[in-house]
Design a protein around this ligand. Structure first.
Ligand SMILES: *[C@@H]1O[C@H](CO)[C@@H](O)[C@H](O)[C@H]1NC(C)=O
Ligand SMILES: *[C@@H]1O[C@H](CO)[C@@H](O)[C@H](O)[C@H]1NC(C)=O
Ligand SMILES: *[C@@H]1O[C@H](CO)[C@@H](O)[C@H](O)[C@H]1NC(C)=O
Ligand SMILES: *[C@@H]1O[C@H](CO)[C@@H](O)[C@H](O)[C@H]1NC(C)=O
Ligand SMILES: *[C@@H]1O[C@H](CO)[C@@H](O)[C@H](O)[C@H]1NC(C)=O
Ligand SMILES: *[C@@H]1O[C@H](CO)[C@@H](O)[C@H](O)[C@H]1NC(C)=O
Length: 404
């Protein structure tokens, strides 16, 4: 109890006379009325200010959220983030836009920093900053797994930033039930906490078929067994969704290397997400966009015709690396890792695919140092941004804004 309210209760105890009490009731009533008027004015001002903010952000075609009417005074880097985005410290929906970024991408592949077991360590400040940046490039992202609280961190970031963004959540499948069950529990909890408003779907498995079949045939026994296992997890996941009384049930699918789907797998899916990488296709940059389109069409879209489910198809990953950690891996035949080549791929693939309705997730948002440590070569260097979230020098974002 503060000193002031202690004084007030002392004072109240002394007020025994009914007439004096009445007088104070009247004064109190007038005071309350005055307070109500002040609050009413303040609310009116705030609401109309919000309207102005909404108008200014929608007319600028930005990523949702609001940067105010140009005033960014008092905006600061979020403590714990990379410090690239300046925002209102009390309201992450008010943040400074980067004029070089344009919402031209159908979607982006996104792995937050530090979501690998067992170390984990991902923090809200960094994920929120990522969502502020990604929302200036696209309105869709896809994750690869659910470990280390990443689903909640992403949904919380979308909620706080109020940006126009939805996400495909995911469960990384390694063939052991425990890995699946752990992530299934994480997703169940975020469905309870956040509902399905920001969720586009659930990918059960990332490159599980590739990892299971390797050099073998995806149509052989190992491919069929891998599809059957994934199918059992997908059925289990659907059963969990059905038990939750959700107001809408998002689709369930899987992501894999483009050549590693088989018809047995497709029959379990609402959607397939296919990695189509021209860099690994041994094609020159000038042929990369057309090769990507043709591979996806001939390998994935064509296979749907043989199924009963006719799943929706997305390119799960496509992009181009900007460098290699070893000279030996700097090229794959005529495919050469470089920033100018990433720019050519952006210029020949993005707007063309938007126009012809190819659904793709660009690979990727930022460079991932952990992959460089683990795999070397070009693996860590596919970002539009570097590992510190700076747009790579020399990169110009194509100008063909998506409609929501
Ligand atoms: C936040 O992101 C920056 C830049 O990517 C990184 O250096 C920093 O370690 C991150 N913090 C955590 C806790 O992950
Ligand atoms: C996961 O992230 C959410 C959103 O920031 C947070 O509320 C929750 O406490 C986190 N859970 C754990 C176990 O860190
Ligand atoms: C886990 O593994 C067993 C077989 O070892 C299987 O019967 C069970 O259905 C599996 N799936 C799940 C989701 O627990
Ligand atoms: C769609 O765009 C790609 C480039 O990304 C192009 O190669 C392909 O021919 C286009 N397809 C159609 C049907 O226009
Ligand atoms: C897509 O592939 C089919 C064969 O499956 C082919 O008939 C069709 O011409 C292709 N479409 C384009 C635009 O290349
Ligand atoms: C890559 O393409 C070049 C020609 O562009 C060819 O000489 C080479 O054999 C190809 N390599 C592989 C592994 O397909």
């Amino acid at each position: 109890m503060s000193n002031k309210s202690a004084e007030n209760s002392d004072w109240l105890e002394k007020q025994q006379s009914a007439s004096r009490r009445t007088k104070w009731w009247i004064i109190g009533g007038l005071t309350l009325a005055a307070i109500a008027i002040i609050i009413g004015v303040a609310v009116g001002v705030t609401v109309s200010k919000h309207k102005n903010n909404n108008l200014s952000s929608s007319s600028s075609g930005g990523g949702g959220g609001s940067s105010g009417s140009g005033s960014t005074a008092g905006y600061v880097a979020i403590p714990g983030s990379a410090g690239v985005v300046k925002a209102n410290p009390k309201d992450p929906s008010q943040f400074e836009k980067d004029p070089r970024l344009i919402r031209s991408f159908y979607g982006f592949a996104y792995t937050p920093l530090n979501v690998q077991m067992p170390s984990c360590g991902a923090v809200q400040a960094n994920v929120t900053e990522d969502i502020q940046l990604l929302s200036q490039l696209t309105n869709r992202i896809r994750l690869y797994g659910a470990d280390c609280n990443q689903s909640a961190l992403v949904l919380e970031a979308i909620k706080q930033t109020k940006v126009d963004m939805k996400v495909f959540l995911a469960i990384y499948v390694d063939g052991t039930n425990a890995t699946y069950t752990r992530q299934k529990a994480e997703i169940k909890q975020v469905l309870i906490d956040y509902g399905t408003d920001f969720i586009l779907g659930f990918s059960v498995g990332n490159e599980y078929m590739l990892n299971s079949v390797g050099d073998g045939s995806v149509t052989g026994a190992a491919g069929v067994a891998a599809a059957t296992y994934l199918g059992s997890l997908i059925a289990d996941f659907r059963a969990m969704l059905a038990s939750m009384n959700l107001k809408n049930v998002p689709p369930v699918g899987t992501a894999d290397a483009g050549a590693y789907f088989n018809v047995q797998l497709l029959d379990y899916l609402d959607y397939g997400m296919s990695n189509v990488h021209p860099w690994f296709g041994n094609v020159s940059i000038n042929d990369a966009a057309a090769w990507t389109y043709d591979f996806f069409n001939e390998t994935n879209l064509a296979m749907s015709a043989q199924t009963t489910t006719n799943p929706t198809w997305y390119i799960a990953e496509t992009g181009w690396p900007t460098k290699s950690s070893s000279a030996a891996a700097a090229n794959d035949g005529p495919s050469i890792a470089s920033i100018p080549n990433l720019q050519i791929f952006l210029d020949t693939f993005i707007c063309q695919s938007n126009t012809n309705g190819t659904k793709y997730f660009f690979f990727e948002y930022f460079d991932e140092a952990w992959k460089d440590v683990l795999y070397g070569g070009v693996e860590g260097w596919w970002g539009i941004f570097d590992g510190n979230k700076n747009l790579k020098p020399g990169i110009t974002i194509p100008n063909c804004p998506i409609s929501s």
